[in-house]
Each structure stands twice: as structure tokens, then as C-alpha cells.
Design a protein around this ligand. Structure first.
Ligand code: AP5
Ligand code: MG
Ligand code: ZN
Length: 226
């Protein structure tokens, strides 16, 4: 998979579109660093680090963490060795300022984006998914009782930790996060369309099909069937 290891992808999509689910699969299948800003902020909140303490209020209220903080976190993360060959961004960039800062950062590092994949899912489906989601408190894997059922109720298949509801997944907060997405993040669809990087993938299909569609949209050659 040497060609795929050079993939540098952004997954763009509303809360609940399946960014985390697909970032994990893409990362594992193609050896890409998974860079999920929400996961990084939640880990910092749990560790009560200074950055976590500063980010907590934003996460709890479904607001975006300020751009300077977020951009700094991503810049630091991109310097890790595992991000050198390829990465998949989950939840970043999310504002115009983050997108232009990311362009500048990649130019400085002499790296090019392969594609920006927009996962398209209707709003009522997003609300349904998030209010029924369970996540692993340890490794962040997402589950639900319809399309991603854990083998043992309430326990992560991957690491055996307990599954929990995210604090920001109650109905009211989900609606607010979707409004924030429409206002601040949806304009990036046109931004990346303008850069000829945008590929839109139907996010309502089965998780396996969405994965295949993303790989195809990113230009990964299909493995020959035996
Ligand atoms: P973040 O953690 O990024 O949350 P989000 O964008 O709201 O997205 P979610 O994680 O809720 O959804 P997802 O798309 O990952 O869906 P998932 O795969 O879990 O951000 C949280 C907070 O951190 C923000 O509110 C903000 O405060 C802060 N933050 C993060 N990044 C920031 C940034 N760049 N700037 C500023 N602040 C930032 O799937 C959802 C559910 O659907 C699961 O149950 C899953 O099993 C299911 N599912 C997935 N795919 C399918 C499918 N194809 N069919 C059926 N069900 C499916
Ligand atoms: Mg996520
Ligand atoms: Zn786990």
C-alpha cells in the first residue's frame, strides 16, 4: 500500500457524519496517522492539562475551541513521525481561518493534500445517530445499537473498556453543534471545491460501502479480487 501511505486526507462533515468511524478505518487500512482534534481535546480535558482546562468549556457548550489554540495543536501533531507519510484529518479544519492556516502549514512542510472528502448525511439522520451513539472512553471507537453494535453490550470490542455517552450528545447540544457546523464549517465545502480537492461521498450507505467510496474518491486503486 505504498501509494496509499502518501495519502493526505481531510474528512469534512457535520457532527455524526461518520468522520471518526471512517478515519479509524482509513488509518488502519492505509497506515495513516489519524488526527482527530475532538479526540485530542477530550483527552486533554480528561488529563486536566492546561490546554484541556481551557478547552473544556467550549466542548461542554458545543462551541468551537478558538482557532489559535486548535491550529497550534494540529501544527504540533503534524510534526510527529507517524504523520510524515500520510494522515487523515477528522474534524479539522472547521473554520475558514483554520483552513487557510492549514494550507500555509502544509506549504511550509512541502506537503500536498490528496483530497478533501465531504461525508454527506441529512440532518435528521445526524440527530438520530448522535443521540443513540455510545463511545469507548478509552480508544474513542463509536458504536450504536443499529449499525455498529458492540459484541458485548456496553463494552468496547477493541479494548474492553466501558462505553459511555459523550457529554455533548444530548438532543439540545446536538442541534446546537449542527448549527455551528452550518455557520462556521459548511463554507469550507466551497473553499475546497474552489481548490479542486473536494469529493462528496454519500454518508448514509453502510459503513463498509462508505469506506470503499472514500478510498475510490481518494484515488486508491481497488485491490484485485482473488
Ligand atoms: P468532534 O469530536 O470532532 O465532534 P463532531 O464534529 O461533533 O463529530 P462527531 O465525533 O460527533 O461525529 P463523527 O462524524 O466523528 O461521527 P462518528 O463516526 O462518531 O468535536 C467535538 C468538539 O471538540 C467540538 O464541538 C469542539 O468543541 C471541539 N473541536 C474539535 N475539533 C475542533 C476544531 N477543528 N476547531 C475548534 N473546535 C474543535 O459516527 C456517529 C454515529 O453514527 C456513531 O454511532 C456511528 O456508529 C454511526 N455511524 C457512522 N457511520 C455510519 C453509517 N455509515 N451508517 C450508520 N451509522 C453510522
Ligand atoms: Mg468524531
Ligand atoms: Zn475502546
Amino acid at each position: 500500500m505504498s501509494a496509499a501511505r502518501q495519502l493526505r486526507l481531510i474528512l469534512l462533515g457535520a457532527p455524526g457524519a461518520g468522520k471518526g468511524t471512517q478515519a479509524r478505518r482509513l488509518g488502519e487500512a492505509f497506515g495513516l496517522a489519524q488526527i482527530g482534534t475532538g479526540d485530542m481535546f477530550r483527552a486533554a480535558v480528561a488529563a486536566e492539562s492546561p490546554m484541556g482546562l481551557a478547552a473544556k468549556e467550549y466542548l461542554d457548550n458545543g462551541e468551537l475551541v478558538p482557532d489559535e489554540v486548535t491550529i497550534g495543536v494540529v501544527e504540533e501533531r503534524l510534526h510527529h513521525d507517524d504523520a510524515r507519510d500520510g494522515f487523515v484529518m477528522d474534524g479539522f479544519p472547521r473554520t475558514s481561518q483554520q483552513a487557510t492556516a492549514f494550507d500555509a502549514l502544509l506549504a511550509k512542510l512541502k506537503r500536498r493534500l490528496s483530497a478533501v472528502i465531504e461525508l454527506s448525511v441529512p440532518r435528521d439522520e445526524l440527530v438520530r445517530r448522535l443521540t443513540r451513539r455510545w463511545v469507548c472512553a478509552h480508544c474513542n471507537t463509536s458504536y450504536n445499537l443499529l449499525s455498529a453494535v458492540p459484541k458485548v453490550a456496553g463494552v468496547c470490542d477493541r479494548c474492553g473498556f466501558l462505553l459511555v455517552h459523550r457529554r455533548d450528545d444530548d438532543q439540545e447540544m446536538v442541534r446546537h453543534r449542527l448549527d455551528v457546523y452550518d455557520e462556521k464549517t459548511a463554507p469550507l465545502i466551497a473553499y475546497y471545491q474552489g481548490a479542486s480537492l473536494l469529493r462528496t461521498v454519500e454518508g448514509t450507505k453502510h459503513i463498509d460501502e462508505v469506506f470503499e467510496d472514500i478510498a475510490a474518491a481518494a484515488g486508491v486503486p481497488k485491490e484485485p479480487t482473488a
